[in-house]
Design a protein around this ligand. Structure first.
Ligand code: PMP
Length: 393
């Protein structure tokens, strides 16, 4: 049977995350395993109004085929937001609307990766990027991610030894760890890469969900000619619309648009029009403020519960934003084994394994806080703390 499949797809690591999520849908399981935005915050009435308005006012236009680059008004809106929020000058011509930022990853793979070329990726890293790039059969170079950012020695070593085609990272409130690259770390990473052939893929779906601290300057502002910056409306609006974007330098844009055309002609145009109508008639900042306030409280509840109930030797991130927290068990303890016990006691998380290119029985765990209310977080973390304590003693 295997011979009917392409080598390309046969090489892609099977996601055991899906299997894990299946075991956690049970109603009485307290699940920190998910990775979804909180559905209670979706602006349902506003989306309803925007949809009706688009149909009433633009009718057939909004339902017709459209351009591969994306709706020009939406690209302009994104460009203006970069200017006002991040002080970044981005020409709308350098913005390509994608079907979620996940498609951006696939288009990058299609456009830039030849088989066996080196792709550096932070480790732990976003599972969806590992999967998307795997289809193009690269040689992955894992670069360890520490509490303050990328391991500079490992990056220097890799960049001296290999022709790194691209490096992928989520520098703000990463999935899975909640960790961010510090400004000093970004400076050094940019210095190492500057002037090389390497493209930095800066995936930033969580940057706007910052609870505290200073905003850090993007890689795009440091090495613009070498950076592709990915953004998404999934975490600040609604993921089902599947609307994201990529910012790329001129020299890459033309080929990325060809790849986009070949993939799906263009991103759902009706969705883009509804989104733009929403952005015109509502204040997105107010909406994001609500999301931040909610997630920030949930994060605080999780950190407070962990410090109360987890054994003291467990290290964990205390994220400044985003949706995830990372816990590190003592060396040699498999979080998969802990997961099996946790499921019996009706509490779930994601064991670290799928976030590594090539590692099993990792001692790490991803905990999502965006979908569980504060009281339930306390109950779940207490349960988990007991399981971990029993396991490691
Ligand atoms: N990058 C990261 C780091 C993510 O966590 C996700 C979604 N979980 C994506 C990209 C893809 O998001 P979307 O396609 O919905 O924009």
């Amino acid at each position: 049977m295997d011979h009917i499949f392409s080598d390309r797809i046969s090489d892609v690591p099977k996601s055991f995350l899906r299997e894990i999520l299946k075991t956690t849908v049970n109603e009485d399981v307290i699940s920190f395993a998910g990775g979804l935005p909180n559905r209670d915050l979706f602006p349902i009435q506003e989306i309803k109004k925007a949809s009706i308005k688009v149909l009433d006012e633009f009718g057939g236009d909004a339902l017709q085929y459209s351009t591969s680059e994306g709706y020009s008004e939406l690209r302009k809106w994104i460009s203006e937001r970069y200017a006002s929020k991040m002080g970044l000058t981005v020409n709308p011509d350098n913005i390509l609307i994608t079907t979620g930022s996940q498609q951006g990853l696939d288009l990058i793979g299609k456009t830039l990766i030849n088989e066996s070329e080196s792709v550096a990726i932070e480790e732990p890293g976003y599972l969806g990027a590992i999967q998307a790039f795997s289809l193009y059969r690269p040689n992955f170079l894992p670069i360890p991610l520490h509490f303050d950012g990328l391991d500079l020695e490992a990056l220097r070593f890799a960049s001296e030894r290999y022709a790194i085609k691209l490096i992928y990272a989520v520098p703000n409130f990463q999935n899975p760890s909640g960790l961010s690259h510090s400004d000093e770390n970004r400076d050094e990473v940019a210095r190492i890469l500057s002037g090389s052939q390497t493209i930095f893929v800066e995936d930033d779906p969580y940057g706007e969900l910052q609870f505290r601290g200073e905003k850090r300057r993007s890689y795009y502002s440091r090495i613009p000619e070498q950076t592709i910056l990915l953004g998404s409306f999934s975490k600040i609006f609604a993921p089902s619309l599947r609307i994201g974007w990529m910012v790329a330098p001129n020299r890459l844009m033309e080929k990325l648009i060809i790849a986009k055309q070949a993939s799906d002609l263009h991103t759902n145009y009706f969705g883009q029009r509804i989104l733009f109508q929403y952005l015109t008639d509502n204040n997105l900042d107010l909406h994001i403020t609500k999301i931040r306030a909610k997630y920030s409280k949930q994060k605080d509840a999780m950190v407070a519960a962990i410090s109360k109930y987890f054994p003291k030797e467990i290290r964990y991130s205390d994220p400044d934003g985003g949706m995830f927290l990372w816990a590190i068990l003592p060396e040699g303890i498999s979080s998969r084994a802990v997961f099996d016990l946790a499921i019996e006691k009706k509490v779930a998380f994601v064991p670290g394994d799928p976030f590594y290119v090539n590692r099993t029985n990792a001692n790490t765990m991803r905990l999502n806080f965006s979908c569980v209310d504060e009281e339930t977080i306390e109950i779940g973390i207490r349960r988990l703390g007991k399981i971990i304590s029993d396991f490691i003693t």
